[in-house]
Design a protein around this ligand. Sequence first.
Ligand SMILES: NC(=O)C1=CN([C@@H]2O[C@H](COP(=O)(O)OP(=O)(O)OC[C@H]3O[C@@H](n4cnc5c(N)ncnc54)[C@H](O)[C@@H]3O)[C@@H](O)[C@H]2O)C=CC1
Ligand SMILES: CC(C)=CCC[C@@H](C)[C@H]1CC[C@H]2C3=C(CC[C@]12C)[C@@]1(C)CCC(=O)C[C@@H]1CC3
Length: 343
Amino acid sequence: MATRTRSKKTCTVIGGCGFLGRHIAEQLLQRGYAVNVFDIRTTFTDDRIQFFEGNLCQTECLLPALEGVFAVFHCASPPYSADDRELFYRVNVDGTKILIAACKQAGVKRLVLTSSASVVYEGKDIKNGTEELPYAAKPIDYYTETKILQEKTVLGADSADLHTVAIRPHGIFGPRDPHMLPTTIATARAGKMKFMIGNGKNLVDFTYVENVVHGHIIAAEKLEAGSPVCGKAYNITNDDPIYFWSFLSRLLTGLQYDTPKYSIPYTVIFFIALLVQFFCFLLRPLVTIRPTFTPMRVALAGTFHYYSCDRAKRDMGYAPVVPLDKGIELTIKAFPHLKNSRT
Ligand SMILES: NC(=O)C1=CN([C@@H]2O[C@H](COP(=O)(O)OP(=O)(O)OC[C@H]3O[C@@H](n4cnc5c(N)ncnc54)[C@H](O)[C@@H]3O)[C@@H](O)[C@H]2O)C=CC1
Ligand SMILES: CC(C)=CCC[C@@H](C)[C@H]1CC[C@H]2C3=C(CC[C@]12C)[C@@]1(C)CCC(=O)C[C@@H]1CC3
C-alpha cells in the first residue's frame, strides 16, 4: 500500500505498467513525487506506488486515479505492431478523448501526452525534421494514423483549465524494452539478420528511455499558464543520430550475435516486402501469415529518420541526460538472458 505525505505532489501515469510508463513512474518517485499508475494490466509491484487497474476508455475507472493529481502522463497505447484498426481507434482516439474529459472533471491542470516523432513520417527520408513539418498525409500504418489524431486532440484541448503538451520520442530503447531489442534478437536467432537493407548509411534517432522520461517530466513542470510549452509538440531524442545498421550491430555484437555482412538495395527489398504483403493478403481467408519484413519495417530500416530537438532545448531547457554510448551499454547489460548461448 502506497504511503502518502501531504507535501508531495501526485502524478498519474496512464499506461504505467508498460515500458516507458514504468520508467516514468520510477523517475517521478526519484524526483520526489507521489505516483499513481493506471493500466489495463498490472505487471509489477512497488509499495510506493498506488496501482489502479482499468481501461482508459471507461471514465468510472479513470476518475479515482485522477483525484487531486498535479499532472497526468498519458503513455498508454496498443503496441505499434498490433494489426488492429478498431483497437487503435478505440484506445488512441476515443480513449484519449475520454481521458481528457475525465481530467477536466477531476480538476487536473496538466496533461502530458506521449506522441511519436513518426507522426510526420511517410516512409521517405527525414533529416533533422522539426515540429514544423506537416503531419503525414499518408501515415505508414494505423498506429501512426491514430497517433496523429490523438496528438491533434490533446493539443487542441489545451486551455486555461487543462494545459496540454505532446512529447514526440523516437526509437526508444533501454532496460525492459519489450519491442526494439527483443525483435532485433529474435530476427537474428531466426537467421534473418544476414542482410543490411540499403547501404547502411541512413541516420536514425534511437533514444535512451531515461532521456524520454526526462523530456516528459520537465515538460510537465513547465506546463502552466503563459508557458511556451502549452499546446505544443516537442521532439525528444538523444540528439545524436546514428547509422541504423551501426546501432543494430552494436546491440547484436554486445549480445554476441553476428552482424549483417551483405547488403541488398533498398528498392529491391521494399518491392519484395510489398509482394509478400500482397500474397499474405490474398491468403488471408485461408491462413494468417505475419512476415518479419513488412514494407513499413523495411522503410524504417532503410530510410533516414532523425529529428531536431532544438525546440525542446529552447522552451524547456532539454538536454539528454544519458549519452548514446552509455545508453547502449546499460541496455546490453540489462538483457543477459538474450545473450547468444551458441558462441
Ligand atoms: N517504444 C517506442 O519506440 C515508442 C513509443 N512511443 C509511444 O510511447 C508510449 C509508450 O510506449 P511503450 O511503453 O513502448 O509501450 P508499452 O506497450 O510497453 O506500454 C503501453 C501500456 O499501455 C497499456 N494500455 C494499452 N491499452 C490500454 C487501455 N485501454 N487502458 C489502459 N492501459 C492501456 C498497456 O497495458 C501497456 O502497459 C506509447 O504511446 C507509444 O505510442 C512513441 C515513440 C516511440
Ligand atoms: C530490420 C529489423 C529486424 C529491425 C529491428 C528493429 C526494429 C524493431 C526497430 C527499428 C526502428 C524502430 C522504430 C519503432 C519500433 C521498433 C523499430 C521498428 C517505432 C515504430 C515504434 C513506435 C513509434 O512511435 C515510432 C518508432 C520508429 C522506430
